[in-house]
Design a protein around this ligand. Structure first.
Ligand code: CU
Length: 95
């Protein structure tokens, strides 16, 4: 990865009244810094927490501010995430 590597950024809307995370699957290219931004809505419910078990990430969503999670892209892989109750699920694919 050189200094010309462009960052990648994608958004996921969080809405407990609309089946959870939209889109449910987000894809990033390997080798470029990647940011996944969670966009809160008026209907957060138990989705006020997002957990990436594999990344050791556990962040709060207060329903106001968007929250950014840095996704490692040094190798291909799939990172699953869920709400704090492991009820709603989403997926990040690096390839
Ligand atoms: Cu939940």
């Amino acid at each position: 990865m050189g200094i010309f590597a462009k960052e990648q950024s994608k958004k996921v809307v969080v809405n407990a009244a609309n089946h959870g995370y939209k889109p449910e699957v987000v894809t990033f290219k390997q080798g470029k810094p990647a940011q996944l931004k969670f966009i809160p809505s008026a209907n957060m419910g138990c989705m006020n927490e997002v957990v990436f078990k594999d990344l050791g990430v556990d962040v709060k969503l207060d329903g106001q501010k968007e929250v950014t999670v840095e996704i490692p892209t040094d190798q291909p892989g799939t990172y699953n995430y869920a709400c704090g109750m492991d009820m709603f699920h989403g997926k990040v694919v690096v390839k």
